[in-house]
Design a protein around this ligand. Structure first.
Ligand SMILES: *Cc1c(COP(=O)(O)O)cnc(C)c1O
Length: 337
């Protein structure tokens, strides 16, 4: 099963490990394999790097000198983009959402520290302005092009059809691991992962079908709701198939909104307790914005019977460590021994 994809810049240290943790099976109540995409690289690691392999190649092909993107203040995607730009001798401009753009500069912690370290041009924007992010990104493109440089705009999360193909390739990587006996069988019942802009889910659903890796994907959404993401993922998947016409339809996509927590970036007490429990039982470090909620969603889905007790689950660990390291205040209360 091969597949022709558009050009990629090699950034991911592949294959990422596929791990078993007996203690995690006990916590979840199903058989779980963890795909360690938090280990796609060093400081730039996480799921965004797989999308950036295709997006950076397209940027280079167009002769871009500057990558432009957007996200939350502690965006993993913006940080990965800034680090990749530095790696490829490009500049980066990041439109980052903050409560009050006029307030004093936020402290350099977590992802923001890394953005600043590599010299990204950081432009704080209000939540209202963030609603117009597509137009704002376009305005930055014009500004850069008029200054004699060449901008390449990457949408929020790197989530367009081209970026999503990084996760089609990732499913091909899992196929090879299964074929040599590293995945404990010939396929999985379901892939579970955190979903925040839909590109990972679209690529996983297409790739799982093409490479017969799993029968379904369960994106655990961390914001908006299941109906919204079902539409977004379908749109991105259709766009991705335009770039890789050999791809057939995706596997079943069951968006799960039950683990969104109080709001984007904040966890419930139960979710925080699970994050701590998993870390102590397995050494796996989850984050409060994405992977901790994905794990909470997986545990709840098995408890409800939406995922069978004996199911074979591929849990995609998408990264997020720098975001965790910026959350010292929220975590202090749950760190008692
Ligand atoms: C961005 C991100 C996700 C969500 O992926 P999308 O493709 O944006 O849905 C999940 N986990 C982590 C750690 C992320 O940074």
């Amino acid at each position: 099963m091969t597949l022709a994809l558009p050009p990629r810049v090699r950034l991911v240290h592949a294959p990422t490990p596929l791990e078993r943790h007996d203690a995690l099976d006990e916590i979840v109540g199903a058989r779980v394999w963890v795909k360690r995409d938090d280990m796609t690289a060093g400081a730039e690691a996480g799921n965004k790097l797989r999308k950036l392999e295709l997006l950076a190649a397209a940027a280079r092909e167009r002769g871009a000198t500057t990558l432009v993107t957007c996200g939350a203040l502690q965006s993993n995607h913006a940080r990965a983009t800034a680090l990749v730009a530095a790696r490829l001798s490009m500049k980066s401009v990041l439109l980052l959402r903050v409560a009050d753009p006029e307030a004093a500069a936020p402290p350099s912690t977590g992802n923001l520290l890394l953005d600043r370290l590599v010299g990204a041009d950081i432009r704080p924007i209000s939540p209202e302005a963030y609603g117009e992010r597509v137009a704002l990104l376009e305005a930055v493109r014009r500004e850069i092009d008029e200054a004699g440089e060449r901008a390449y705009v990457i949408p929020e999360g790197g989530s367009n059809g081209l970026g999503a193909l990084g996760y089609v390739a990732a499913m091909g990587e899992v196929r090879e691991q299964l074929d040599v006996g590293l995945g404990g069988g010939s396929s999985y019942d379901v892939v579970v992962h955190a979903c925040g802009s839909g590109g990972t889910a679209a690529g996983v659903a297409l790739g799982a079908a093409h490479f017969s890796v799993a029968r379904a994907v369960r994106p655990v959404v961390v914001c908006d709701d299941a109906a919204y993401f079902t539409r977004v993922i379908e749109r991105i998947a259709a766009e991705a198939r335009g770039h890789a016409p050999e791809l057939g339809p995706p596997v079943a996509i069951h968006c799960d909104e039950a683990a969104r927590g109080p709001r984007y970036g904040a966890m419930s007490e139960d979710q925080l307790a699970l994050l701590v429990r998993v870390a102590r039982a397995t050494g796996l470090v989850l984050d409060p914005v994405y992977t901790g909620k994905a794990m909470a969603g997986l545990v709840a889905a098995v408890a409800r019977g939406d995922i069978a007790r004996d199911a074979r689950v591929l849990f995609l660990h998408t990264g997020g460590l720098p975001g965790l390291l910026a959350e010292t205040a929220a975590l202090e209360g749950v760190l008692a021994p």
